[in-house]
Design a binder for this molecule. Sequence first.
Ligand code: NAD
Ligand code: MLT
Length: 529
Amino acid sequence: MFKVVVCDPISEKGIEILKKEKDIVVDIKSGVDKKELPLHLKDADAIITRSSTTVDKEFLSHCEKLKVIGRAGVGVDNIDLDEASKRGIVVLNMPTGNTLAATEHTMTHMLNCLRFMPNANYELKHKHIWNRKKWMGIELYGKTVGIIGMGRIGSRVAVRVMSFGANVLVYDPYIPKERATKIGAKMVETLDELIRSSDIITIHTPKTEETYNMIDREEIEKMKDGVILINCARGGLYNEKALYDGLKSGKIRALGIDVFDKEPQTHHPLFELDNVFVTPHLGANTYESQVRVAEGIAKSVIDALKGRGYENAVNIKMEEEEISEVGKQFLGLAERMGSFLSQYVKSFIKKITVYPHGEIESCMNSLGLFTIVGVLKNMVDEHVNYVNAPYIANERGIEIEQKIYDKRTEFKNYLLIKAEYDDGKTLEIGGTVFEPNKARIVYMDGFDMEIELTGNIIVFKNHDKPGVIGKVGLILGKHNINIADFRLGRKKDLGEALSFIKVDQEVNDSILKEILNIDGAISIAKVKL
Ligand code: NAD
Ligand code: MLT
């Protein structure tokens, strides 16, 4: 049974999906005081949050079984990703579910700032004042809108403001220029350029060390007089004290703001100002987006708990790569090859180099990750998975490198992995996947052969002379060990042979010693995969 604790309110549609699973117990704790939440976390296998729950080191210290954190939304700035990763917890988000809601919310704030609609509405309804002169607006048509961060939301805001006839300047150093130019926006090289030239500025970046307080006093001074500012991304991207002063002085005509440095926020100096339009982090609050996000995160959490997949995992490095069907078949092989390398030589592996060839070159980071998981599985006590493996490897001083294989090979796709051990030894093994889905190692240490890396395998090296292998068979037979498969590779020039002997059960060390005592034996090792 898996226990999923829902820490923040999500749509009932998502809860229903979770409840339908026979092996999942759903514990709704969105109503409890955040201070009380840790009491319910001890046996949680997964939690689901929005932005109101801070999942930091202290929070995670209460979780003894936690495997999955589902963030029903985009921003994961409320989650200590490093700490979660160290603990092997997969963090999943729902990046696209609320994009449209946040885009339309941004447009709403922008239009309010242009026309002061909420003020006119309030005055007419609550003070019964019919004042057409006071609430004179300005048009979006013909204005220059500066968009900081041209991701999912920023790019959609760009299209919408352009449909009003505005010009768009974009500052986003992390995307190709064409993403802006192809929709008719202009990409600027510096934030300074955007700030100085825009009539309206809206920010759509994540909250990072670089973007926190990105717009401060100095930046506001450089802006056009009467600039309009919008923040529907994250609190603190605009310095709130600088905003207040800019609004008070008239430098800033109006501010539309959905997110605050500290949330929840009910008493903020900005609330005193008539030219400030505030909402309590409502960017994602549309019925449609909440259903999308809740259904999506519920399905992803179920898949992750059951090991079926990690869609939108933000702390699994392989998510950065597009992995083809062929690539996927090599991932399992890479993990088994890593495990083989750490079992075959009884010495600490200090460096692993992964050399892919062919189509699989495009997923070399993932191949590295799976290899290191295989290496560590036999090495460390703690539970190793695709999230914490890079951290554990780093802590243990294991270096991992990926390079394209640059030698000739007969295989369309080929993976060579080299291990460098602490005692100075190195070992190279090569593998491929034959159609359909037949993963084999085909090379080891100068020997060509072909074997599936599964089960109990004895790896035996000997001088290539008659009678040796027969004696191995006799010893195994004597101990009632059945041979399931036998593969031999030979180095004729050196007069050496390497055998992979698959056996139906694990052999003990005394049997291995007996085999090693055969005249002509060079080395023996056993691996279990
Ligand atoms: P995204 O990841 O698709 O886009 C972010 C963009 O910011 C990327 O293109 C990135 O290159 C750019 N960027 C990063 N650092 C930058 C920097 N220093 N300068 C300029 N650009 C930079 O994210 P998204 O889905 O578009 O979300 C944008 C923001 O909106 C996030 O902070 C997200 O948490 C927030 N959000 C808020 C609400 C809400 O309820 N108010 C809802 C959804 C999203
Ligand atoms: C998000 O990051 O998705 C937003 O903050 C919306 C939310 O948390 O509901």
